[in-house]
Design a binder for this molecule. Structure first.
Ligand SMILES: Cc1cc2nc3c(=O)[nH]c(=O)nc-3n(C[C@H](O)[C@H](O)[C@H](O)COP(=O)(O)OP(=O)(O)OC[C@H]3O[C@@H](n4cnc5c(N)ncnc54)[C@H](O)[C@@H]3O)c2cc1C
Length: 369
């Protein structure tokens, strides 16, 4: 079969929150843009889905917020801290806000942005398409990607390749960009149950018998529950009975007992997020940029991963558009993006470390054997 050959100014690898927002912003400015996405659509199982006020403002600035709101969001009214059954602290919205975070299902976020981008002729999105190789010219400048789409090889030539392909970024690896990975001593088990009638849209952080849990109320009447477990403990944990694991949750929230027992019957109902953070040495090379989780994976603390990735896209879009217009897309010129974002990301990662350290003695101590 003949290779499909395509051309664009920018080829974005990865249609997650960072890549999708960047695609929209570039397309809107007339930049010819292709996004290739490995999965078949926008549904994701357990991802960062809470946006903060800064991301809300970015989405409003680009007239995206209303479109996303139409598909469904849920504003959190407060964050409550529980010691066992008792509320020990409550955070409510500041005077000029009406929420303490917004739950936005990634499917809604991505669908709304894809729909808006679809109106631009200079924008193309290919699902089921996985990057396999980066192309370079004889000076080492990146000139595009090779990918597999539904079994067929495609070749996309572009002035700039953007790796927005997440924490295990293939683009980053193919471009030999070194990354420092940090583990944090814990992993998170996620599971989801329907919310009982009258359950308020709140985020609940819980310490019960030394176990740390987080309950996030979700759009559509669900509660996503996260259990901090000792790093690497899931394989041995899942060989044990599930019942004792569920007890701390039921002890703190007896009103959830029936739903927990009905919906969390096997370990297959849980997804384990390996908690790590990472920072890449460089985010920009000649003809190539990495953004979002590909450049800097965050831990779940504070639920900021999605917000950081989307801010990258918001900051990069005008820099890249101008550089393309002026036909000066050297790494030297585009480094301004990296410079702009790296300091804030480093500070945010340090903040996550500090917040985690204050809890570290209290993480769930399930045996590793
Ligand atoms: C299981 C899980 C649970 C998470 N839970 C939380 C949480 O509770 N709170 C929080 O704040 N953050 C969480 N995160 C992190 C959060 O989802 C990310 O920070 C956010 O989605 C980053 O956006 P991104 O666009 O940079 O990367 P991603 O959302 O990871 O998007 C990358 C995209 O690239 C695609 N891709 C990957 N490889 C290729 C390839 N070779 N070719 C083509 N496409 C490719 C992927 O399919 C994906 O759609 C979680 C992440 C995971 C994986």
């Amino acid at each position: 079969m003949d290779k499909l050959k395509l051309q664009a100014d920018v080829c974005i690898v990865g249609g997650g929150p960072a890549g999708t927002l960047l695609g929209f912003l570039l397309a809107k400015k007339g930049v010819s843009t292709i996004i290739i996405e490995r999965s078949s659509g926008v549904n994701r199982k357990f991802r960062g889905e809470h946006i903060n006020s800064e991301t809300e403002a970015i989405l409003k600035e680009h007239q995206l917020f209303e479109k996303i709101e139409e598909l469904g969001i849920l504003k959190m009214k407060k964050v409550e801290f529980f010691a066992g059954k008792h509320i020990v602290n409550t955070i409510t919205p500041s005077i000029d806000e009406d929420h303490v975070g917004i739950h936005v299902p990634q499917a809604n976020l991505l669908s709304a942005m894809n729909q808006e981008s679809g109106q631009y002729e200079n924008y193309r999105l290919f699902f089921n398409t996985t990057v396999t190789e980066l192309m370079q010219d004889d000076r080492g400048v990146y000139t595009g990607v090779k990918a597999i789409r539904d079994g067929q090889e495609i070749m996309i030539t572009s002035s700039v390749v953007v790796g927005a392909d997440g924490r295990y970024s293939t683009v980053r690896k193919l471009a030999n960009i070194p990354t420092v990975e940090m583990t944090h001593g814990y992993d998170v088990l996620w599971a989801k149950i329907p919310a009982p009638a009258g359950w308020e849209p709140t985020t609940r952080m819980v310490l019960v018998n030394g176990h740390q849990l987080a309950l996030f109320t979700q759009t559509g009447g669900f509660i996503q529950i996260g259990w901090n477990i000792e790093e690497g403990a899931f394989p041995s944990l899942r060989k044990q009975s599930l019942q004792p694991f569920l007890e701390p949750l039921i002890e703190s929230f007896p009103e959830l007992k029936e739903l927990v027992l009905q919906h969390l019957q096997t370990w297959n109902n849980f997804v384990c997020l390996k908690v790590q953070s990472s920072r890449s040495d460089t985010w920009v090379k000649d003809g190539l940029i990495i953004i979002g989780d590909a450049a800097h994976t965050m831990t779940p603390t504070g639920a900021i991963g999605i917000n950081c990735g989307m801010k990258d896209a918001h900051v990069l879009a005008p820099i890249l558009t101008k550089a393309l217009l002026e036909k000066n897309i050297t790494a030297h010129r585009l480094k301004i993006f990296e410079k702009n974002r790296k300091t804030e990301i480093k500070e945010q990662q340090e903040m996550q470390m500090k917040q985690e350290a204050s809890f570290s003695g209290k993480f769930a101590q399930f045996a590793l054997n």
